[in-house]
Write a new protein. Structure first.
Length: 319
């Protein structure tokens, strides 16, 4: 996937006001419109016309523009790109701001950033009524695995993109306290009633939906409620087996290590994954760690082992 520099496409500075962006868009639409580009060069003009429409779709909306700006100015147009993990963490979105353009005509870059995100795809409530409910807002929060196991309460800071009086983009911050339910999983939503946009007249306020993401932890990966964690063991533990004590997100556990365990073997601890009905499982994935031979005695022990244990791990591969 290629990065798209929407400011470059619209030929404006990153500090441009919304009025400047609108004027640039109108100028380029007239320049590249298919009705005024016939014959040679028509295909190139059509491609530019689509790029201009996509760039405007993002930059005309303060919410999408603020999220796009979060990626930073150091990416080059056409450069290979992958969104950073949780790049939109903490942004509060109402889901409005879409033009009449067909998003199916946009690039995979746009689709990856916006089309698959619940916070960018919503619609508007009946805002022209005298009494109308407020819009629901959306944001993403990142919690750690311990909070998913045990629940708890934590303060989060959300940033809401807005326009100031001069038409420039600013971020308004607010802090919220969130009760994290025990057993919450990746992708679930926590609903905060009345924490969205205020209603009109006697209309009730909208709700705030927080999409939960789990913070990445080295040596662990999560699939639903199942947790996979690397289990480092010494060569002699792997060869001899026995009982070992390991630390898991749910607490310490005594585990039976089978003899002749190999790297990659999974040991299942039923019900030790993320709590729920039913609870997930915990899989300890064996990873044999070789101690370094940093002393003369350690080196001698390795040499003795090599003499006593005649074993060629490459023999079965014919290497």
């Amino acid at each position: 996937m290629e990065y798209k520099d929407y400011y470059k496409i619209l030929e404006v500075d990153r500090s441009a006001s919304q009025d400047e962006i609108k004027r640039a868009y109108r100028k380029l639409v007239r320049k590249y419109h298919p009705d005024v580009n016939k014959g040679p060069g028509a295909a190139e003009a059509e491609a530019r016309f689509k790029d201009v429409g996509e760039a405007y779709e993002v930059l005309q909306d303060p919410e999408k523009r603020a999220a796009y700006d979060q990626l930073g100015p150091n990416w080059q147009d056409g450069q290979a790109f992958r969104p950073p993990p949780d790049w939109d963490d903490g942004f509060e979105f109402s889901g409005g701001g879409f033009t009449q353009a067909d998003p199916e005509q946009f690039s995979s870059f746009f689709e990856e950033l916006f089309s698959r995100r619940a916070g960018f795809g919503g619609g508007m409530h009946g805002g022209r009524q005298v009494h109308a409910p407020g819009q629901d807002h959306h944001a993403k929060i990142v919690i750690d695995l311990d909070e998913a196991y045990h629940g708890g309460s934590r303060d989060f800071t959300l940033r809401k993109p807005e326009l100031d009086q001069s038409g420039h983009l600013v971020l308004r911050e607010r802090s919220i306290r969130v009760a994290i339910p025990k057993g919450v999983t990746e992708g679930q939503h926590i609903r905060l009633t009345g924490q969205g946009a205020p209603g009109m007249g006697q209309g009730k306020a909208g709700d705030l939906y927080l999409e939960v993401a789990l913070e990445e932890r080295p040596g662990m990966r999560i699939e639903g409620r199942d947790v996979f964690m690397d289990l480092p063991v010494t060569p002699w533990e792997a060869a001899l087996g026995g009982r070992i004590e390991i630390k898991t997100p749910g607490g310490k556990v005594n585990l039976t290590l089978p003899k002749h365990a190999q790297t990659g073997k999974k040991l299942r601890l039923k019900g030790r994954g993320i709590p729920g009905k039913p609870a997930g499982d915990l899989f300890a994935v064996i990873k044999i760690v070789i101690p370094p031979a940093e002393t003369a005695k350690a080196k001698a022990l390795y040499e003795e082992l090599a003499r006593e244990v005649r074993y060629d791990p490459r023999a079965q591969q014919g290497v």
